[in-house]
Design a protein around this ligand. Structure first.
Ligand code: FES
Length: 90
């Protein structure tokens, strides 16, 4: 089973990832708080930094190309496409 690592400050938690789940859904299942608003890829409230691995975003109407190039992702729309994704929470 794939895992996702959530980093915040000096702490890190590795959580099992269920197939097809978004980063946000994985976090919520483990009671890890990611702030959200629209949950539709529009507001950018759930923006996180992808530190390692790759994700596919279902929808993105909030982040610019520069944001994406710097590793930012929308947790509510991002589905891991590699094992061991690491996400830095704000
Ligand atoms: S909660 Fe609005 S883009 Fe994710």
């Amino acid at each position: 089973m794939w895992t996702v690592v959530f980093r915040q400050g000096f702490s890190a938690r590795r959580v099992a990832h269920h197939d097809g789940e978004t980063i946000l859904q994985t976090a919520r299942r483990a009671n890890i708080l990611i702030n959200t608003n629209c949950v539709q890829g529009k507001c950018g409230t759930c923006t996180c930094l992808l530190h390692k691995g790759q994700v596919a975003m279902r929808r993105n109407e909030a982040l610019s190309k520069e944001d994406l190039d710097s590793g930012l992702i929308l947790a509510c729309q991002s589905v891991p496409v590699t094992d061991g994704c690491e996400v830095k929470l704000p």
